[in-house]
Design a protein around this ligand. Structure first.
Ligand code: 13P
Length: 251
């Protein structure tokens, strides 16, 4: 049985005061949730504040990115060590916004995943096709290529720790959600590919989140699909009550 995993990707939102307010509001709303894993991914500047506030709670801390390098001359990067130091247990890797605006490649994703695993940080590896790719029938080619290449640095005995997030680019921040059938179809294809790479038992243990305009109103149906094991939530994770409702829909 895979434990559902709901993570809130705050993206480039919230100053420290706003971040503290959001997480302070979220904590009591989800305090009694034991059957769902919960994480928030604030910006780097808010990690310390949020880390202090969630200490001893059932909320985990994720970074929105992680360097592939351990230390040194990498201006603007944050290492796995630094993330651990501030209390991060997870890191989002290869988000489509990183791929689209900052030139992130599958090769870079594989290196970042390696750095995360080497340092005991759980990678949340994002994959997803653009609208043009979907409309030209390339969805499976694109997503499965991102899986094969992005996870190329993962050894079989590490696979169960890795989280995959399927986020169709056309559904991110657009209010357009993949239908549960559309999402399930891709999730099933991802799991079949994971089974090919890592073996059936590992593939069964790996969580695959769906992301893209997940809201309280559509969460239950999406999360009810066989291969959808959670959600990576953007916009709706910025409001404590909305995010808490999505978490409760995963129960
Ligand atoms: P939205 O929920 O705002 O569509 O964002 C999804 C996402 O990109 C999460 O990583």
């Amino acid at each position: 049985m895979r434990k559902p995993f709901i993570a809130g990707n705050w993206k480039m939102n919230n100053t420290r005061a706003a971040a503290r307010e959001l997480v302070a509001a979220l904590k009591p709303l989800v305090a009694d949730v034991k059957d769902v894993e919960i994480a928030v991914a604030p910006t780097f500047t808010c990690l310390q504040d949020v880390s202090e506030l969630i200490k001893g709670s059932n909320i985990e801390l994720s970074a929105q990115n992680i360097s592939y390098a351990a230390s040194g001359a990498y201006t603007g990067e944050i290492s796995a060590d630094m993330l651990k130091d501030v209390g991060c247990t997870h890191a989002i890797i290869g988000h489509s916004e990183r791929r689209q605006y900052f030139g992130e490649t599958d090769e870079g994703v594989a290196k970042r995943v390696r750095a995360a695993l080497d340092n005991g940080i759980i990678p949340i590896v994002c994959v997803g096709e653009s609208l043009a790719e979907r409309e030209s029938g390339k969805t499976f080619d694109v997503v499965l290529r991102q899986i094969v290449n992005g996870l190329s640095s993962v050894k079989n005995d590490e696979a169960a720790r890795v989280v995959v997030a399927y986020e169709p680019v056309w559904a991110i921040g657009t209010g357009k959600t993949a239908t549960p059938d559309q999402a399930q179809e891709v999730h099933a294809a991802i799991r079949a590919k994971l089974a090919e790479i890592f073996g059936a038992d590992n593939a069964e243990a790996m969580r695959i989140q769906y992301g893209g305009s997940v809201k309280a109103s559509n969460a239950k149906e999406l999360l009810g699909q066989k291969d959808i094991d959670g959600a990576l939530v953007g916009g709706a994770s910025l409001k404590a009550a909305d995010f808490a409702e999505i978490i409760k829909a995963a129960r």
